[in-house]
Design a protein around this ligand. Structure first.
Ligand SMILES: C[S@@+](CC[C@H](N)C(=O)[O-])C[C@H]1O[C@@H](n2cnc3c(N)ncnc32)[C@H](O)[C@@H]1O
Length: 241
């Protein structure tokens, strides 16, 4: 199992395989990766309501939090966005999946570190839960770029993506995303052999999509159980091809 606690500089060398998986805090792993080394970032980022911010609290008191999705959901936008920006190559894309409540804050924080807004993409999940204020049947995908604008590969793609959600009861992660959805983003913003990174890989859907489309994958997950799920999915795929 690739349980790696980086201490210094890591250069993914993809020894005999097309992926590098890290079970750790993505902030620590990203710091150790070389700058300008990633061709595309695709990630479904954790979010929570934060009272007080570690980033603005110079005395380092832990932020009070509420609304955590996962036990390890403690990372804030301002901790990892500057690192994502530094690690991404110039003139490349970054897709971050987020809910509508946190979209504005994520975009503001991303633009502060240098990302440019490129597009808002809506994932139409097909399913919906009863709600007092209209049933929610979509999620937001914030498309950003670093450097100059770059065309996507399929310019007939629309910014509403109709991809059925994974059926309840069959998910291996509570917020597991369909591989087909990740493939659309990956195929539009990278080429075969490119390096795709997901710093919050959960069950590894981005990794599966990257490998199935002939890309290389760098995945990071802090939770041991989710990491094992991703590791198993990605290793199984790599050994079956
Ligand atoms: C929204 S989920 C991603 C789900 C994924 N898209 C899938 O299809 O399974 C976000 C993931 O980020 C992980 N996470 C939270 N904080 C993290 C951190 N600091 N470093 C790495 N992973 C983290 C959580 O454990 C969770 O699995």
């Amino acid at each position: 199992m690739d349980f790696l606690v980086p201490n210094g500089f890591i250069k993914p060398d993809f020894k005999g395989v097309n992926f590098e998986l890290f079970r750790n805090d993505c902030v620590q792993v990203l710091k150790a990766l070389p700058n300008n080394s990633i061709d595309l970032i695709v990630s479904d980022v954790p979010y929570h309501i934060v009272i007080g911010s570690r980033c603005s609290n110079k005395q380092g008191y832990p932020a009070k939090k509420q609304g955590k999705l996962f036990e390890n959901d403690s990372v804030e936008f301002c901790e990892y966005l500057p690192l994502l920006y530094d690690k991404l190559k110039d003139n490349s894309h970054c897709y971050l999946m987020i809910n509508e409540k946190n979209l504005a804050k994520l975009q503001t924080e991303a633009e502060k570190v240098g990302f440019k807004f490129q597009q808002l993409i809506i994932w139409n999940k097909g399913n919906a839960l009863p709600n007092h204020y209209y049933m929610r049947c979509y999620e937001c995908i914030l498309m950003l770029r670093k450097g100059n604008a770059k065309d996507i590969n399929d310019m007939t793609s629309r910014n509403i993506l109709d991809v059925p959600n994974i059926k309840a009861g069959t998910k291996v992660h509570p917020t597991e995303k369909p591989v087909e959805l990740m493939k659309i983003l990956i195929e539009n913003s990278s080429n075969k052999g490119d390096i795709v990174c997901d710093p919050f890989m959960g069950s590894g859907s981005t990794g599966v999509a990257a490998l199935e489309t002939g890309r290389k994958f760098v995945g990071i997950e802090i939770d041991e159980n989710f990491y094992k799920v991703a590791y198993d999915r990605i290793h199984k795929l790599a050994t079956s091809t």
